[in-house]
Design a protein around this ligand. Sequence first.
Ligand SMILES: NC(=O)C1=CN([C@@H]2O[C@H](COP(=O)(O)OP(=O)(O)OC[C@H]3O[C@@H](n4cnc5c(N)ncnc54)[C@H](OP(=O)(O)O)[C@@H]3O)[C@@H](O)[C@H]2O)C=CC1
Ligand SMILES: CC(=O)[C@@H](O)[C@H](O)COP(=O)(O)O
Ligand SMILES: [Mn+2]
Length: 384
Amino acid sequence: MLKKVAILGSTGSIGIQSLAVCRAMGYRITALTANRSVDLLEEQVRAFRPSYAVLADESAAQELARRLADLPVKVLGGEKGVCQVAALPENDIVLNAVVGIAGLRPTVAALEAGRDLALANKESLVAGGRLVTDLARKKRARILPVDSEHSAIFQCLGGFEGRNPPHKLLLTASGGPFFGKTREELQQVSALDALAHPNWEMGAKITIDSATLMNKGLEVIEAVRLFGVPPERIEIIVQRESIIHSAVEFADGSVIAQMGVPDMKIPIQYALTYPKRLPCEVPRLSLTEIGRLTFYKPDCETFECLGACLEAIRRDGLYPALVNGANEQAVKLFLAGKISFLQIGVLVRRVLNEINCAKEHYDLEDVFQVDRMARDFVLREAAK
Ligand SMILES: NC(=O)C1=CN([C@@H]2O[C@H](COP(=O)(O)OP(=O)(O)OC[C@H]3O[C@@H](n4cnc5c(N)ncnc54)[C@H](OP(=O)(O)O)[C@@H]3O)[C@@H](O)[C@H]2O)C=CC1
Ligand SMILES: CC(=O)[C@@H](O)[C@H](O)COP(=O)(O)O
Ligand SMILES: [Mn+2]
């Protein structure tokens, strides 16, 4: 079937690769969205001819509308516009590749409308927690993981049809550009150093998260939500080459791993074509060329963000939203040259130690309130 796909965050790293996959599959694009990348979104609209184009930034949306006046495309603005196109009844699937908690309302909008969701935006699942998974269940909408590790686990489990529950998840990590470094050595690292990921080309925010190991912490939380496995049965394994994308251990001790070249087109395509596997435009994996795969334990003490995320998911509830919000703000400050690399971890750890957000029953507005509290905390502390 030639699917109809909405791509949220189409101007980013995942968004651009998703469009390439959709073109190769011959899928129709219903809507494209971004924040304020007017030039690239205009180019994408002219190439893919969606019915809707949205910019979250209202004034950028006005500029886009002016530029696209010659085309039969509806141009919308604001977060409302993004949510509106996420919920279109004609969407067979919505691919959410927005970065950060800005993806949460669109995730909710797509699921509320009963649309299947190919989810790259891990922050919406981390911060929204059970609100997101419960909604998907209630609306019978499926969440198809795009994040490479979660796609790997999903594949090892046999997709939604898998018969055997996992005994344990083996979540792999590259270790990032600073693998093996001491805190002393990390004191002077720059944003440029942190942006040099050894294996993956990605947007700036997730690349910094990989360098701090926050990304792995977010991914543990994402795995708990997607696969219902408690955090103590998720082992993080540093797999330096990013060839094994993750693995599952079953009751009999058998371990099934998913491998491939580190190219996001594979998990993006699998989320869109599931349960089919179709040819994909990526280089083939040659294990003999790679020669050897290396494995290590992660260093949760040097990389404080990871320890903080594990603590947050053990506490559960709104704590994952708290560390996520603190991290988003801290990464912004680091990229702007306002705080050091190590301060990201210090602030994420401190927000957890100093803000109590224990609450058994919570709703979406509580999540956004905790997110704001975390950001304010980081801004206040960084300004001291
Ligand atoms: N890149 C990767 O390989 C992987 C990414 N992911 C996850 O996928 C998501 C996207 O990552 P990535 O593609 O790297 O990110 P990018 O920064 O490259 O792209 C982000 C996209 O989101 C849009 N956006 C930013 N802010 C807002 C906002 N406030 N409202 C609406 N749209 C917004 C951007 O628009 P604009 O261009 O206008 O700023 C852009 O289209 C993240 O959650 C990341 O963790 C997961 C696994 C791998
Ligand atoms: C491609 C992908 O899924 C990223 O999340 C990747 O895993 C980042 O690499 P790290 O393992 O270094 O966090
Ligand atoms: Mn990942």
